[in-house]
Structure formats: structure tokens, C-alpha cells
Design a protein around this ligand. Structure first.
Ligand SMILES: [Zn+2]
Length: 151
């Protein structure tokens, strides 16, 4: 069966990036308006998909193969630029996660988790993929921590 026609319990029909074939994350107008430069914004309507494959130059695409590349975004985004904030709402970055690992206690991440549950968190509008960043931040924390332990 074609993967495009399989439904996951909580996901919409998978739409895949026309360049790399990775399944996209559906986004609405919020992230598109926040991140795409005005001159490229009209390539996509108010529903598009985000391609998260770092080696792929595509940021957003739709099911008609229109694409907006990373280079067409207003500012760099993580993980394409490691200095860009991981958290679009509160600006937590790679360095902050590193500091938490060095401190041996995820105080900054805990504080972010608290704030991510308040109305100030606007991931659906501000995050490039429209998703809350906590999962990525926790993943990075555990990755950096195990790297540190193995040094
Ligand atoms: Zn792609």
C-alpha cells in the first residue's frame, strides 16, 4: 500500500517533500507568515507542510510541489543554523541546553517546560514547524549529556 494513503492515529494524511521524500509536518498560516519572506509567501496558501530533513534545502511545500527553501526564510532557523533559537517562543538555544548539561541539572529546561504550558507559548504560530519545541530540547539535552558522559 502506498504510504501516502496510510493514516496515523493523530496525524493527517502524510504529504511528502517533493525534493527529499520525507513526510512533512502540517502547518497553518501562522508559521508561514512568521517565517517566509514576503516575496516568497505567495507561493503557498494557508496550509503547507514543513520538511524537517536538515540536508534538504526545502523548508515548506504543498501537495502541488510548490516549495519555499530555507534561503527564502526571514531568519535562520534551528537546526539549519545551530545558533538560531530552538524555542521560537522564549528563545532558548543550543547554548542554554549545553549550560544545563554542564550544571548537571536541567533548570533552564524545567523553567521552559513551565512556561511552555502558559498562554505565552505560541508554538503553533511562531515555531517553524508549528510544534512545541520541548521534545527537541529534551532530545538535545539527553544527546549532549550522553556525549559529555562519554568524554
Ligand atoms: Zn525535503
Amino acid at each position: 500500500m502506498n504510504k501516502a494513503f496510510m493514516r496515523e492515529p493523530d496525524a493527517d494524511v502524510r504529504v511528502c517533500c517533493p525534493r527529499c521524500g520525507s513526510p512533512g509536518t502540517e502547518v497553518t498560516a501562522g508559521p508561514l507568515n512568521t517565517h517566509i519572506r514576503p516575496e516568497s509567501r505567495s507561493k503557498l496558501q494557508d496550509i503547507a507542510w514543513y520538511c524537517s530533513l536538515v540536508t534538504c534545502p526545502v523548508a515548506y511545500f504543498n501537495q502541488f510541489e510548490a516549495v519555499v527553501e530555507i534561503a527564502e526564510l526571514k531568519s535562520p532557523i534551528y537546526p539549519y543554523d545551530i545558533d538560531a533559537p530552538l524555542c521560537a517562543c522564549f528563545g532558548m538555544g543550543y547554548d542554554d541546553v549545553e549550560d544545563d548539561v554542564d550544571d548537571g541539572e536541567p533548570l533552564r529546561i524545567r523553567e521552559l517546560l513551565r512556561r511552555s504550558q502558559t498562554p505565552d507559548a505560541q508554538c503553533q504560530t511562531l515555531a517553524a514547524d508549528g510544534q512545541c519545541c520541548m521534545k527537541e530540547i529534551q532530545k538535545l539535552y539527553f544527546k549532549l549529556r550522553s556525549e559529555k558522559q562519554n568524554r
